[in-house]
Each structure stands twice: as structure tokens, then as C-alpha cells.
Design a protein around this ligand. Structure first.
Ligand code: HMG
Ligand code: MG
Length: 302
């Protein structure tokens, strides 16, 4: 299949990128990160989580982050909402899109959100309904779509089953998430094909963590399977607190470099993203983990 000419990048570093940081990242830095990503031209920024602060202390300042960011008309600001309490936070904060997040693996569902898959769907039902009623977009994220840290292999039918349940809740977009980065291109192609059989591929995104270094190859495979939305994190920041050892999402800079080489438009300013990656890595006291970002920064310094 031919590749898309345009791809939508959802920048998830303010949420997925930072949620697993051990040291609390000051609210000022979170706000500046979102603002830099907005200015760089991302159409969609995942800005915060409205989850239990006992479960994910790093995201406790979501309301303040949302109140202080400078919004650009046309940019969509998304937040995670696991339940009605989260939705209340999202509505008060003026989020544009909520993310309900389930899993294709029972074990991960229990560890991450403390309930079974069926219970999570029942919990998401009023959340999605109230969000839609309030005019918000609803995105459904399917964790462990390519493997689970607790259960191992995850059958493709389990992924399709959760996608179908999210569809029944009226989701606008569906994330096929490789939480622990174990997927490889053939499996990605098969999972995307199976989900595309029930959902318009224009509504499906690839959320690939890069633990095993497969994310860029998986993005290419997903694009060949007709997918045109990808989640990325500047400097490759991130990981899920309930998926031990899993590293961050694929680095935004690496994906932009790949897409630019393929003449695929994103509307995002690559150089501004490289700057942001170097800035946030310096703030966190480490070298950035984007290969392309570090290469460009080294060339500039030479
Ligand atoms: P629980 O303990 O079963 O919930 O947690 P509960 O209803 O019994 O509430 C316990 C306490 O949390 C109560 O406070 C609630 O008020 C409070 P207490 O009375 O003890 O003082 N609480 C909340 N506070 C603020 N906002 C809320 C909220 N809800 C309850 N929304 C719960 C269940 C779902 C809340 C919990 O398990 C949780 O917050 N989990 C979130 C875990 C998380 O954020 N994981 C990372 C994001 S998912 C991810 O990274 C994967 C993704 O990137 C895709 C991929 O890569 O796979 C999306
Ligand atoms: Mg993730």
C-alpha cells in the first residue's frame, strides 16, 4: 500500500513522557513544555492526566498545567480520565479531548487501573457519554495491544474486542498502544489490519513505546497498513509506572526525521522540536534519547 502524504502527530511528552519521572517536575517546566510544543505546530498535545495522585504523583498538578498553558486555536489539548472524577477535572480544565484508557490484557488492566477490562468499560461508559454531551472528543487507548508485561502474548482478538467496546462508547479515535515496545512490523501490520476491519483506519493511531528499538519500523509498517496518526514524545521521554522496564515513546525528533525523508507532511517545525528535546533533557539532567535530535544538536555545536 502507498504511504500517506500527511500524518498527524500527537505529542504525548507532557503526559506519557513525564508521568514516570521519579523527581517531581515543576509545574512551570510542564507548562513551558506544552507551550513549546504548541508553538512548534503540533495539532494535538496530550497535556495532562486527571488520575489519582496516589497512583501517579507526577501528574497531580494537571489542573494547574491546563490553567496556565497558552492555547493556540486549532490545537487540541487532551487529558487522561480514568473515571467520572477525572472527567470532572477535564471539564473544569477546558480540555478538548479526553482519553479513556483500557487494556487488551486483564493483568495490565488490574495493575494500571485496578479493575477488570469489563469493569473498566462499564466505568468508561458514563465518562464517554458525559464528555460527548459536553462536546469533547473522546479517544480510547488500548494498552498492551502488542504484548503485556504480565501476561506476555496478547491475542489480536482481544485488541479487536476492546476496540469494538470503545466504538460502542462512541470514541472518535482509537489508540493501538504498544505499552512495552515489544511489537515488530509483521505483528503491527496484522493488528492494524484486524482493527481496521471494524474501524475506519483514519480514526486509528499507533502509540509505540521504543523499548526494543522497533518503533520506527513499526510506524512504517503501520503507515503501509493505512494508519496516519502517531503518538510521539520529544527526546523519547516516558514510560508507564505500571509497566516496569518499559522505556519512553518513540522520540518525536526521530519520527519527524523519518517522515521528512519520506516527504510526508506533519506541519511541525523540526528545528523547534530538536531545541525542545535538548531543553527538556537538560532540565531532567540527562542526555536526550532521540538519535536524530542528538545528531542535529551535535552538528549545530560543531
Ligand atoms: P482506585 O484506588 O481503585 O480508585 O484507583 P478509587 O475510586 O477507590 O479511589 C481511590 C482514591 O483515589 C480516592 O481518594 C479517590 O478520590 C482518588 P481517597 O479517598 O483515598 O483520598 N481518585 C482520584 N483522584 C483524582 N483524580 C481521579 C481520581 N480517581 C480516584 N481521577 C484509579 C482507580 C483508576 C483512580 C487509579 O488506578 C488510577 O488513577 N490509575 C491511573 C494509572 C495511570 O495513570 N497510569 C498511567 C497512564 S496509562 C498509560 O500510560 C498507557 C498509555 O500511555 C498507553 C500505553 O502506552 O499503553 C495511555
Ligand atoms: Mg504509553
Amino acid at each position: 500500500m502507498s504511504l500517506p502524504t500527511r500524518v498527524k502527530i500527537v505529542e504525548v511528552s507532557p503526559r506519557d513522557g513525564l508521568q514516570n519521572e521519579k523527581e517531581f517536575v515543576p509545574t512551570d517546566i510542564k507548562v513551558e513544555l506544552v507551550d513549546r510544543l504548541t508553538v512548534a505546530g503540533f495539532p494535538n498535545v496530550e497535556a495532562a492526566s486527571f488520575v489519582s495522585p496516589k497512583w501517579v504523583p507526577q501528574m497531580a498538578d494537571g489542573a494547574e498545567v491546563m490553567a496556565r498553558i497558552t492555547r493556540r486555536p486549532g490545537t487540541l489539548y487532551s487529558v487522561l480520565t480514568p473515571n467520572m472524577k477525572g472527567l470532572e477535572g477535564a471539564l473544569a480544565a477546558g480540555a478538548d479531548e479526553i482519553v479513556i484508557f483500557g487494556a487488551a490484557s486483564e493483568a495490565f488492566s488490574q495493575k494500571n487501573i485496578n479493575c477488570s477490562i469489563a469493569e473498566s468499560i462499564a466505568r468508561f461508559e458514563p465518562v464517554a457519554a458525559a464528555a460527548r454531551e459536553a462536546g469533547l472528543r473522546v479517544r480510547g487507548s488500548i494498552s498492551c495491544a502488542l504484548g503485556c508485561p504480565y501476561q506476555g502474548d496478547v491475542p489480536i482478538e482481544s485488541v479487536v474486542d476492546v476496540a469494538r467496546r470503545f466504538q460502542a462508547l462512541g470514541c472518535d479515535e482509537f489508540d493501538v498502544a504498544d505499552t512495552i515496545g515489544v511489537g515488530t512490523p509483521r505483528r503491527v501490520r496484522d493488528v492494524m489490519a484486524a482493527v481496521s476491519a471494524i474501524i475506519d483506519p483514519a480514526r486509528i493511531s499507533g502509540h509505540f513505546h521504543d523499548t526494543y528499538g522497533q518503533a520506527l519500523a513499526n510506524i512504517l509498517a503501520a503507515m503501509e497498513a493505512g494508519i496516519g496518526i502517531f503518538h510521539t514524545s520529544v527526546s523519547g521521554l516516558g514510560g508507564c509506572p505500571y509497566a516496569k522496564g518499559a522505556t519512553g515513546n518513540v522520540a518525536t525528533e526521530d519520527v519527524l526525521y523519518l517522515l521528512r525523508g519520506l516527504d510526508i507532511d506533519t506541519g511541525v517545525d523540526f528545528d523547534a522540536v530538536v531545541d525542545t528535546g535538548q531543553w527538556i533533557a537538560a532540565h531532567l539532567g540527562r542526555k536526550g534519547s532521540s538519535r536524530a535530535g542528538n545528531a542535529v544538536a551535535a552538528k549545530r555545536a560543531a
